[in-house]
Structure formats: C-alpha cells, structure tokens
Design a protein around this ligand. Structure first.
Ligand SMILES: [Zn+2]
Ligand SMILES: [Zn+2]
Length: 243
C-alpha cells in the first residue's frame, strides 16, 4: 500500500467553549496513532453528530483531553489497508467506524473472545481516548481516520452513506438488543430511550415488523420515566437533542 500522502486534520475542540460553535480547523497533533499493519486509514465522507460529541467538547463527562476531535459515526473510503487487516477490507472499499476503535482482543479475555468486545475492560473510544501504545484517538469531524480493522465495517451497497453513519452509534445501540432478544413480526417491545436514538427506533421498528413500541417523549427523569411514555405513533421530537 502507498504511504501517507494525506493530512489528518479536522474541527478540533480546544476547550469547553468549543461546544458553542468554536471548534478550530487544524491538523491532528503528533500524538495521533502511528500506522500499524492491522489498521485502516479512512478518507472520511460522512460523520454523524451525536450527543456524546457535545458532552465531550464541554468536558461534560469529566475533563476532556484537549485538543480533541469528536465524531464517532464515521463513513468513508479505505485509502490505506495494513497487511494484517481483517475482514478482507481493501483500498477503495466504503467502510465505517462507530464509537469504539479498539479493545484488548486477547484470547483469554472473556468479552473479546465471545464477540462482546464492547464490554472489554480495555476499550479505546473513537475520540478523546488512548490506544494501548499511548497514542490518542481523534474522531470523525475530520478528513481522515485511522482505526484498527477489527473495528472497521464494510458498508453494504444498499445503504446510503448518510443513512449508514448514524447506524454506527444510535442505530447499533438499538438494533443489538432487538436482534439479541429475538424481536420480529408480531412482537411487542418497550424501549427506554433518549430523544437521540428515537429516529433509530422508528427505523428499526419498521424494518423488524414489530407492531407496537413506546418511547419516552422527552429526556426521562425519575418522575417521568414511567408515567409519560407515549405510543410512538403520537411521539414528536419536542426539543433540540441534549445527548
Ligand atoms: Zn454516539
Ligand atoms: Zn478484551
């Protein structure tokens, strides 16, 4: 494969004020991930916007390691593929990455060895986190992303990139339990979900043929969680998302 003749740059958050439209376009710092033979470099074409992006920019989940580049619903084209990359990913493939970019992947890790890498104790988030070698992860509001291939997914031809991107966070979060618990035609399900993921609920419900679903109409509190649910047919987004 060719070497690196492109720049990793993007909208960087330099402090909590970045969440208020004050991100700055600049090159990723030198502590970004060096290329490993398991990796894929992705030329980003689409990146969804998630509430987690805002939380991280604001240091809402504890101190954020600025500068940071958020975005973890990434779709783009594989432009460099390491010799040890998995899944038969080739240069030119349309691929995506979600919120997770690494885990220990050790055979004696109960989670990683059973396909539950998301529960591994040694995960790396797609942004504002560290890979095992100490390098930093930078997310998808950017030109390029470098991610271990185990966490890169080929995007099926029938799915448009703009539709695929949000499936990589909110979408999979909803799809996974529906699939794992055998939901399908004729089933009734109850889903506790924030406003963020409601669009995914609509989509997945329709695709899986469930007859009825309910969704909380606003960000749930202890008082409203159980008393203010509404059938999804009556639900409308009420406010700007909050994460
Ligand atoms: Zn997300
Ligand atoms: Zn593990």
């Amino acid at each position: 494969m060719s070497g690196e003749d492109y720049k990793f740059e993007g909208w960087m958050g330099l402090g909590p004020e970045s969440a208020d439209g004050k991100m700055v376009w600049q090159e990723f710092p030198n502590d970004r991930k060096p290329f490993a033979e398991e990796d894929v470099d992705i030329q980003i074409t689409h990146s969804g916007i998630c509430g987690s992006d805002l939380h991280t920019l604001r240091s809402g989940w504890g101190p954020t390691p600025y500068p940071t580049c958020v975005g973890h619903e990434i779709v783009g084209k594989a432009v460099r593929v390491g010799s040890k990359a998995e899944k038969g990913i080739k240069v030119g493939d349309r691929v995506g990455v979600g919120a997770q970019s690494n885990s220990c992947l050790k055979p004696d890790c109960e989670e990683c060895s059973s396909g539950d890498e998301n529960y591994c104790q040694h995960t790396t988030n797609t942004f504002a986190d560290k890979f095992p070698d100490g390098s930093m992860s930078y997310g998808g509001y950017a030109t390029y992303s470098r991610v271990p291939s185990h966490f890169v997914f080929k995007i099926p031809e029938g799915i448009a990139s703009e539709a695929a991107a949000p499936m990589l966070c909110g979408g999979i979060t909803l799809y996974s339990p529906l699939k794992n618990h055998g939901c399908g035609p004729g089933k009734k399900v109850g889903i506790i979900v924030s406003v963020d993921s409601a669009t995914s609920v609509f989509f997945l419900r329709r695709r899986s043929g469930q007859t009825k679903s309910w969704v909380s109409p606003e960000r749930p509190t202890r008082e409203t969680t159980f008393c203010r649910w509404a059938p999804m047919s009556t639900w409308r987004p009420a406010k700007t998302r909050t994460g």
